[in-house]
Write a protein that binds this ligand. Structure first.
Ligand SMILES: Nc1ncnc2c1ncn2[C@@H]1O[C@H](COP(=O)(O)OP(=O)(O)O)[C@@H](O)[C@H]1O
Ligand SMILES: [Mg+2]
Length: 495
């Protein structure tokens, strides 16, 4: 202590007071004043703000020392030590209620006086610290709008903070018990919460639950209680209002549900229109067949039955009409083929992909026996899939590989599979003319062709069919290529 501690002495016997002042000075304390009556001491405390009061009980005036100390306790946080000759129980009991920092019986030694004063200062320091941390805690609780509560397990009495009482809609002045609290819990949750609470109390476990409380006259609220044991008998907890979060969770949930409904309804509508559209294009394609057949037939008839009516230019024109008609028929047939494949109901079974690929390979080789070709098919390629659709898929990919490698010296086609990230990826690879990757995203669109019709014939429907089939199986299809170095088509059959 840099400054000597300042002590107010309250003592009506001037000799005793003087003597005490001397002894205190020798001990290193400062005694700036001496009071003889209650009122005088209260005034002096207000003016001087001493660090400590040494209080005689029998003093002048209409208050005794104990009454003065009680008054000082209400207005000033100054520690008081009684110095008195009274030692009977009734006085001690009255003095005790004023929470003195010490009680010294006259006569006392210097050492006793010094020790008592030192202990009083130490206790005051601790109390100040305690008050500071209490204030800090309260600030934190207020800022977070948290309530606190304490439960006595034997009596089931709950002591709620005002905020806790407000949260559960309980009057501040009425005693609260555990059954009272449970009675406020929403009836649908009450039993479950009571059971959990019971377990926590029995096994001295932590309790952390959210539930709805219903109090008369106030809107229902969601609260959360986090509680733990501080001893076998006492449980303390923190209470918070989680209504806002709960409500947004609920709103989000209903929103999600209605969105899901909407999506399902829209998807159904979309499926329906898709079906109608498919049926429509099917019937259009189907009805176009007859006139196209007539155009082809008539132009051929014209050439056969009236060959003398045309010169060479006329014959060329009629032949081009017939050829265009045939091309149109091929397109229509491809469309019809695709529409039919779309309508096939899926029947999943274990499909022997190697076997099907082998059959297609034989057909290709037989179609052009003079062509030098090597088609390698990995053994035991299998998948859970629809056999008819998988055959159409392989047919399109392998026919493309065959077609676009027609100009290679030796045609090489590989059909195989690899595992990528736990997924089986099938591939059909060739050493043909390939294509420019810049156009890769067009490949699978209907009627899209990256090569000229006079170089490689086709309708541009094949890869569209491939993509539909793969998608119906929940898989993906993609391609790699470099012009002149061949192409590789990859696909999976289930996601
Ligand atoms: N193996 C391949 N090599 C090079 N280009 C290919 C290959 N497969 C497909 N393509 C390109 O993709 C286009 C679309 O293929 P596809 O839909 O099967 O139509 P089509 O075979 O009737 O031309 C082809 O016209 C071609 O340009
Ligand atoms: Mg094709």
């Amino acid at each position: 202590m840099n400054q000597p501690a300042r002590i107010l002495v309250v003592e009506d016997e001037s000799i005793v007071a003087f003597n005490l002042q001397q002894r205190l000075s020798m001990l290193g304390y400062d005694v700036p004043a001496i009071a003889v009556s209650g009122q005088e001491s209260i005034d002096l405390v207000s003016q001087m703000r001493p660090d400590l009061v040494l209080m005689d009980i029998h003093i002048q005036g209409d208050m005794d020392g104990i009454e003065v100390a009680a008054k000082l306790r209400e207005t000033h946080a100054v520690p008081v030590i009684y110095l008195t000759a009274y030692s009977e129980d009734s006085t001690l009991e009255r003095a005790r209620r004023t929470r003195p920092y010490g009680y010294l019986l006259k006569p006392f030694s210097e050492r006793e006086l010094h020790a008592t004063i030192q202990m009083a200062f130490e206790r005051q320091r601790l109390e100040n610290e305690l008050n500071d941390s209490r204030r800090l805690l309260q600030q934190a609780l207020d800022a977070a709008s948290l309530g606190v509560m304490e439960l006595d397990k034997t009596t089931t009495t709950i002591t709620p903070s005002p905020r806790t009482a407000d949260l559960i809609g309980w009057p501040h002045d009425q005693p609260l018990t555990l059954p009272d609290l449970l009675a406020r819990v929403d009836a649908t949750e009450r039993d479950a919460i009571a059971a959990k609470l019971h377990h926590c109390l029995k096994d001295l476990r932590h309790f952390s639950e959210e539930f709805r409380v219903l109090a008369e006259g106030s809107t229902p609220r969601w609260i959360k209680i986090d509680a733990g044991h501080v001893s076998d008998q006492r449980v303390t907890g923190v209470v918070q209002d989680v209504s806002e979060r709960k409500q947004s969770e609920l709103r989000l949930k209903t929103l999600n549900e209605s969105l899901e409904h909407l999506v399902t309804a829209r998807t159904d509508q979309l499926h329906q229109s898709l079906k109608e559209l498919e049926a429509f294009s099917y019937s259009v394609a189907h009805d176009l067949r007859a006139p196209v057949r007539a155009i082809i037939g008539l132009s051929e008839m014209l050439l056969q039955t009236q060959p003398t009516r045309f010169d060479q230019d006329g014959i060329d024109l009629v032949q081009r009409i017939a050829a265009t008609g045939q091309r149109m028929r091929a397109l229509i047939d491809a469309l019809l083929h695709m529409a039919r494949l779309n309508q096939v109901p899926m029947q999943l079974r274990l499909v022997d992909i190697s076997g099907i690929a082998g059959e297609i390979a034989s057909q290709l080789m037989e179609s052009e026996p003079q062509r030098v070709a090597e088609i390698r098919i990995s053994p035991k390629l299998e998948a859970m899939a629809d056999p008819t659709l998988v055959r159409a898929l392989l047919d399109n990919l392998m026919r493309n590989a065959w077609k676009f490698s027609a100009h290679s010296k030796i045609t090489r086609i590989d059909v195989g599979a690899k595992t990528l990230g736990g997924e089986t990826v099938f591939f059909v690879r060739d050493n043909g003319c390939g294509f420019d990757m810049a156009s890769a995203d067009r490949l699978f669109g209907p009627f899209q062709r990256l090569h000229r019709e006079d170089e490689y014939t086709g309708t541009g429907i094949g890869l569209t069919i491939v993509q539909r089939i793969v998608m119906r199986h929940g898989g993906r299809v993609w391609a790699f290529s470099e012009p002149g170095l061949g192409a590789a088509f990859h696909f999976t059959l289930s996601a």
